[in-house]
Design a protein around this ligand. Structure first.
Ligand SMILES: [Fe+2]
Ligand SMILES: [Fe+2]
Length: 181
């Protein structure tokens, strides 16, 4: 005869504060990556327009999560000062390699953010409509960013598989760290 598993005390459901924290960290990092790319490419480059458009959308995502965190009294990740520097550095470094490497970086980052948001939506179920609605809304734009980056020649970047793999691994680590810290 099978018995129902005992309820685990303190594990009533998904940790919404941690979810909001990691989402805000991701949007913060994305905004810094685009800022780094634009600092290198400047307004003169043909791809700057595309990146400026993505950056404006990241600002909307970030502002929304900032407001939700203030309302819910959720603190940002302690790693935010690090993401401030690391995100900008990643964006700038990729753009220095070239515009296609910048797009490869974007495609890799957005692939991981898309995956993260899908996993989070699964975990949330119907427990937090406000957070789920925001994630669905923003995820659609992250997918647009990834597709725009691929269309702009991300895969023509030098050492694309290596570059993409490194950035994706970094994003996974950043997501794991920002959930815990
Ligand atoms: Fe975003
Ligand atoms: Fe994005």
């Amino acid at each position: 005869m099978t018995r129902a598993p005992a309820p685990r005390p303190g594990r009533a459901g998904p940790d919404h504060a941690a979810m909001l924290r990691v989402d805000q960290a991701g949007e913060y990092g994305a905004a810094r990556i685009y800022a780094g790319q634009l600092a290198v490419l400047g307004g003169r480059h043909a791809m700057a327009r595309e990146i400026e458009h993505m950056a404006a959308q990241e600002d909307r995502h970030l502002n929304h999560f900032n407001a939700m965190m203030a309302r819910r009294q959720v603190r940002p990740t302690l790693l935010q000062p690090f993401w401030h520097v690391a995100g900008f550095a990643l964006g700038a470094a990729s753009a220095i390699i070239g515009p296609e490497a910048a797009m490869a970086c974007t495609a890799a980052v957005e692939t991981e953010i898309d995956r993260h948001y899908s996993e989070q939506l699964d975990a949330l179920g119907d427990t937090d409509a406000e957070l789920s609605d925001a994630v669905v809304d923003f995820q659609a734009e992250e997918v647009e960013h990834r597709n725009a980056a691929l269309a702009a020649g991300a895969e023509r970047a030098p050492a694309y598989p290596l570059l993409s793999g490194i950035v994706r691994m970094g994003c996974r680590a950043a997501i794991a760290l920002s959930t815990r810290i």
